[in-house]
Ligand binder design. Sequence first.
Ligand SMILES: *Cc1c(COP(=O)(O)O)cnc(C)c1O
Length: 482
Amino acid sequence: MANVKFYSGENIPLEMHKVRIVQKLQLVPIERRLAAVTEAGNNTFLLKNSDIFLDMLTDSGVNAMSDRQLASMMEADDSYAGSATFTKLESKLQEIMGTKYFLPAHQGRACENILAEVFVTPGSIIPMNYHFTTAKSHIVRHGGIIEEILIDEGLNPVSDHPFKGNVDIDKLKALIARYGTDKIPFIRLESGTNLIGGQPFSLENMREVHKVCREAGIMIMLDASLLADNLYFIKTREEKYKNTSIREIMRTICGLADIIYFSARKLGCARGGGICTNSEALYLKIREFVPLYEGFLTYGGMSVREMEAITVGLEETMDEDMVSQGPIFIEYMVEEFKKRKIPVVTPAGGLGCHLNAMEFVEHIPQKEYRAGGLASAVYLTGGVRGMERGTLSEQRDEEGNEIYSNMELLRLALPRRVFTMSQLKYAVDRVEWLYENRKMVGGLKYVDEPKVLRFFFGRLAPVSDWQEKLVAKFRADFGDSL
Ligand SMILES: *Cc1c(COP(=O)(O)O)cnc(C)c1O
């Protein structure tokens, strides 16, 4: 984004790219949206793209690619072993992260699968600023126990703390004192902390974590999937680094981690992932699992075309105009919601704008999935697909009891460089209407509930006929508008 002041005084984010390939969108009538959401079991993961107007489910694998990324895909070198494309990607990672070894994998969770298999044993304690769904599932599957040591402010939805993803250093020290270092194979640090609203950690905080972990002899594993946003926030929110380049911040962060893994569906704006380290011993420990689960060491389940695109995408991520686009659009949307007194997570983070369903639909009992009900209602209202990030995305405990999430969020993700300002304004407008009519939104109940990662394919039904009533109100207010 460009730092351009408007004569009118308005604060309008100005894109530093132009659109050269477009995809036609459809906005189906609300009656069709009701049928679609019913067919999808009120689970936005199960909606079909043809029924969706603005797909704000995720930023994963749906960021817009640049002309250079597309061009690079034409020169991919396809071979099972020893492809030149792999060498290019490996060199780019060596250059920007400063790590010597790169182990490719088909996406972020594939890295988590391998890393959990190598480093987690039954009873392992894994401290982390906050969990991520797939990271948690892999660790727990190997008998690991997750200990969240996020600063308390991280879970406060309305805050002005610039780094809500920070680790609480006292909690980290207390944890080490309680369990001893032998039980803690690594600490997992998540950049752009996903489930609390794409909130960053500061570089200062990472340095402190590094100091404690070095003294204790505990490895730092960085989940760099959302690092692009985190880099931008360090540059703009951490006084000390305002004159430091994105490239330098990147090198510094990576230099403080022992293992870095990432989803290239986010970092690098393509599709793929991988694990980077400077340690030969760690590299050798991990290596054998790549051909076993992913593919040979020079592609790891990725297509060579995507690997070319990642190489270019990573380089583009070092450009401040590029990494600022997501956060600035998100901030715009958050500010628009704030003006309308609509409960939204603050400060604005990366990845997307997060409506606070805990408050938005506070009349819905938490056991009826507040954020799930809101996700279904937002889709109905505007054809806008968000993602529930709350209790519905959690897993029951061993006795089958519901684990209530600390936060009930509806994420409206803004994949990078994809949407236009008028589309953001439309989404804000529809959410505003829904907020006026929020008392009409009801809860959901599971009718088909899988045991693992239930949010992906579980099916739910509304607890009453609230959806039909909402459709009728929409028609009364909007006439025959779409
Ligand atoms: C998306 C994501 C992952 C998983 O990556 P996939 O490529 O979707 O498997 C892991 N960690 C974080 C923080 C993520 O946002």
